[in-house]
Design a protein. Structure first.
Length: 299
């Protein structure tokens, strides 16, 4: 049996009877491989298969996040996955309307279906984030979602940097820049908010007019630094579109503290830390080699 047949058989054990005909596999995710298949009515289903045991362990937390954010984002017509199959080996839900703004080709190259540097997207993203970030730490805590205070956010980065510095050879200039950042009070948030953590066009669904219809993959969501939801926008679209997003965000009720833009750039520059932690989790030689090259590019 093929991998698709295996997954469809697994889904059938939980209820939905899906067809292997026309089913597709997406290997792009670091945590899940995804199969798309249809039932007899033509409804497409998303089947997510965890790649590692640590991913399965995080499923209960993601369920609580989805239950918290679903009614809030629905006020703006934005959907999130409704997990109708919830088991350690499989998550399944009816596909949301719209299609992602970014996918990967078979060769692993990015295939954009929208312009990440468009002012229209910047405005829509700003409004979306203002709505998400309106969920308070108290609401998240009551829902059983992880909450980090501003102090804990800063400490977590300090701990992550220490762990990465111990496991890899890091370019001295990078170490120095990270230390300056950790000590710079102006960029760290004075309040934390409900964040997605990986909000970029691969996880955002759009209709033909560019309206946001859904947001996928809430694995890393928690109450944290608001800048973490702006980082990908800065990385893909640059300074001007970051500012456009922040303007729309503020107009929609988001709180823009003085160091938010600077913190967004710091987080983008700190992306090698996140990748190194991922490599330490997987232990895969190729991942570790990629991380080592990011952290010490002159080696």
């Amino acid at each position: 049996m093929s991998m698709i047949d295996d997954v469809i058989a697994l889904a059938a054990a939980h209820g939905p009877r899906l067809s292997a005909q026309g089913a597709t596999v997406n290997e792009a995710g670091l945590d899940y491989r995804v199969v798309m298949a249809s039932d007899a009515t033509g409804q497409r289903w998303v089947l997510r298969i965890p790649r590692r045991a640590d991913v399965s362990e995080g499923m209960a937390a993601e369920t609580r996040v989805l239950d918290l954010v679903a009614p809030v984002l629905a006020e703006d017509g934005v959907a999130v996955p409704d997990w109708q199959i919830r088991s350690p080996e499989l998550i399944g839900y009816p596909a949301l309307p719209g299609s992602p703004g970014l996918t990967l080709t078979d060769a692993g190259e990015p295939d954009w279906h929208m312009d990440p540097a468009s002012p229209d997207y910047a405005e829509r993203l700003g409004r979306l984030l203002a709505r998400l970030h309106s969920i308070t730490p108290e609401q998240a805590e009551a829902a059983g979602v992880e909450v980090r205070t501003p102090t804990q956010v800063r400490q977590a980065w300090q701990d992550d940097i220490a762990r990465v510095s111990e496991a890899f050879t890091v370019l001295p200039a990078l170490t120095e820049a990270w230390q300056d950042w950790l000590e710079d009070d102006t960029c760290w948030p004075e309040q934390t908010v409900m964040t997605h953590g990986e909000i970029y066009p691969a996880h955002v669904l759009f209709d033909e007019k560019g309206t946001v219809t859904g947001v996928l993959d809430w694995t890393t969501a928690r109450v944290d630094d608001p800048a973490r939801d702006l980082t990908a926008q800065y990385g893909a679209a640059g300074e001007e579109m970051l500012q456009a997003t922040l303007t729309a965000y503020e107009q929609a009720g988001g709180h823009v503290h003085p160091g938010l833009a600077a913190q967004t750039k710091h987080l983008w520059n700190a992306s090698p830390i996140g990748y190194a932690l991922y490599a330490l989790t997987t232990g895969a030689e190729t991942d570790l080699a990629t991380a080592a090259a990011m952290l010490n590019p002159q080696a």
